[in-house]
Ligand binder design. Sequence first.
Ligand code: DHB
Length: 304
Amino acid sequence: MTDLHVQIGSIEFSNPIMTASGTFGYGFDVPEFVNVSQLGGIVTKSITLNPREGNPPPRIVETPSGMINSIGLANVGVDHYIEKMVPPYQTIGTKIIMNVAGSTLDEYVNVIRKVESVSSDIVGYEINVSCPNVKEGGMEFGVDCALTGELTKSLRSLTERLLIIKLSPNVTDIAAIAKSAENNGADAVSAINTLVGMSINPMTWKSNIHTVFGGLSGPAIKPIGIAAVQKIFRAVTIPIIGMGGITNSMDVVEYMLAGSTAVQLGTVNYQDPSSGGKMIAELEQYCRDYSIDTISSIVGKVKV
Ligand code: DHB
């Protein structure tokens, strides 16, 4: 039997495949043919202190080998999350990582304080310091080493659960920001969030996205994600959760060879929400074909 399990901080995941925040809702609204218990984990949509309606439509447009979105962090707010989502997570059958967003340091702190004050099975927090689509906060933190460090340090003092900082690719030196997260107590970093993109309708001359700019994701960004993971891998010792344009199991292998301990699937969920289960089966076959006993042994093993 191939061993697909991976370890991040104190938590063992049954396999390296997770779903990315914002692409799998809160983990409940998935079709019957999707077996979430196969997944290593689910990262839930960004939660802020108060509920948010998000940006006006159009909020999503397809682009060559990808899509641009500008949802504006639409979400139910932390109180609703605690009341309605947290209890059923006890029986969902996979590990839940809660993605948290905020406009100010205090907002992130208050969201995590609230969740920490109740009993829950959430295994960790992924901190969205890289949303490209809101006026305040979001990417402001993630493009600045000192601010990322300060935020990480504050949140570290509030929880013993996994603290994962989700990094923006819209920066000059992503490895330096990862290092700042590591130095201030992060258990892991995840990379990459979406890239700023724009798409215009040549007939109407209007932007295809209401907020003009949005976050580009999908296969178009995969080589950028792979490069980011490898740069971060050379700079830190904490685990990296890689993402950006994964559509099949060989993409997962590529991300792991570049230095990812685990990966997240995002845009591919819109095409096939059951793709994670298929990739897990394919990974097992790959390991058998290449005589790999434990998948974690390939992490960072790219020959350069
Ligand atoms: C949104 C947030 C993100 O972090 C992202 O990469 C894309 C979109 C949003 O809610 O608008």
